[in-house]
Design a protein around this ligand. Structure first.
Ligand code: PMP
Length: 380
């Protein structure tokens, strides 16, 4: 039996998305920029995906730009907005717990002479809106924060931060990396005053290689790449129509089944929490009020990678997240003030819409067995 519990890394493509992607490859294979009928058919697919995303964001579909994924969207949003504001200020604000596709952009901006302020969680592992308000000032040109942390599931207080920041500094651009929160939390960029919002198709049952960026109407974003002017020159290059077709079908499926999908995340999360609480030596790192598709846990004393591979032997796939990339402790989990021993042994379990109760029981049984065995080996 194979039990895939690494849905934060990527999801299995749903049948609707696979079908749409194949159709785009073998039937509607024209270039969306071509002026003939085949081009128009491909262009229609792009429009369909824009509309599917816009329906989930309650915005106009002309605000949705199609990209190669959230890494692409984050780069375009951050660099594009900062470049467009080059003369307006030299300070940018972000958090200490961003995904590398955001964090690395800020490292580059810092090297280019920008003052980067990074807001972190307090000792209780929570973010406070006041800390963001303290960080922004009249020199700030961009605030970029994630919606949901991809390692712990912690929900950031963007709903309080954005309106408050925008009230004081209307010209400041606000970007949200929405990858782990999109469709999982109610969200409308227009209602909140968000200028830029990134999302990814492959985290939501679509194929890899497609994502999107919401750009508020009228917001100036300078291109970071130059080419044939596709996506209003914001993301030039022939669009990945098959992946985009798949993303559109997947987003439609998610929209139609949203309540049931969320219910499954919540049920599996509660089930696993209850099972883990009965297991000595296991601690839960995710907050109780986190996004329910993620549950991060530790078995102190057993390193993440040892545990991950022992579970893999039993057909169970989880993630150490970036818990111990290249042997270093995860900077993100450190930023959340987790003790070193828990970081060293952190495992991220993430559920899909189809994760079954039996799979969670089987995971818990495998974890219990592996923990007993490895625990004995570690102690011995
Ligand atoms: N941001 C967050 C919060 C993520 O979890 C991920 C994916 N791990 C990304 C950005 C990057 O997304 P993509 O794989 O579509 O480039």
């Amino acid at each position: 039996m194979e039990i895939y519990l690494d849905n934060c890394a990527t999801t299995k493509v749903c049948p609707e998305a696979a079908e749409a992607a194949v159709k785009a490859m073998v039937e509607d294979y024209g270039n969306p920029s071509s002026l003939h009928r085949m081009g128009l058919n491909a262009e229609r697919i792009l429009t369909g995906t824009r509309k599917a995303a816009a329906a989930l964001l309650s915005c106009d579909y002309s605000c949705i730009y199609l990209t190669g994924g959230a890494t692409d969207s984050n780069n375009i949003a951050i660099q594009g907005a900062v470049r467009a504001r080059a003369r307006m200020g030299k300070t940018v604000v972000t958090t200490t717990v961003e995904h590398p596709s955001v964090a690395e952009n800020f490292t580059v901006l810092e090297k280019a002479g920008y003052t980067v302020k990074r807001v972190g969680p307090r000792a209780d592992g929570r973010f406070y809106a006041e800390d963001f308000l303290d960080a922004v000032d009249g020199d700030t040109v961009l605030l970029s924060m994630m919606m949901v942390n991809n390692e712990l599931g912690t929900v950031l207080p963007y709903d309080k931060v954005v309106p408050a920041v925008k009230k004081r500094f209307p010209d400041l651009a606000v970007h949200i990396d929405g990858v782990q929160g999109f469709t999982k939390l109610p969200f409308s960029p227009e209602r909140l005053g968000v200028d830029l919002f990134s999302f990814s198709g492959h985290k939501l049952y679509g194929p890899k290689g497609a994502g999107g960026l919401y750009i508020r109407k009228g917001l100036r974003v300078l291109p970071v790449e130059y080419g044939g002017g596709q996506e209003k020159a914001v993301r030039p290059g022939t669009e990945a129509v098959p992946a985009i077709a798949g993303m559109g079908a997947a987003l439609k499926m998610v929209r139609e089944n949203r309540a049931a999908i969320m219910q499954n995340y919540r049920e599996r999360n509660a089930q696993l929490r209850a099972l883990l609480k009965e297991m000595p030596g296991v601690v839960i790192n995710s907050p109780e009020d986190g996004c329910p598709h993620i549950l991060n846990l530790s078995v102190p004393g057993i390193p993440s990678e040892v545990m991950l591979h022992a579970l893999e032997e039993k057909g169970v796939y989880v993630s150490s997240g970036s818990a111990c990339s290249k042997g270093a402790l995860s900077g993100v989990l450190q930023a959340f003030h987790l003790p070193a021993e828990r970081i060293r042994s952190a495992l991220r379990v993430s559920f899909s819409k189809d994760t079954a109760a039996e799979e969670i029981d089987a995971f818990a049984a495998a974890l219990r067995e592996v923990t007993g065995h490895l625990g004995a080996v570690v102690k011995g």
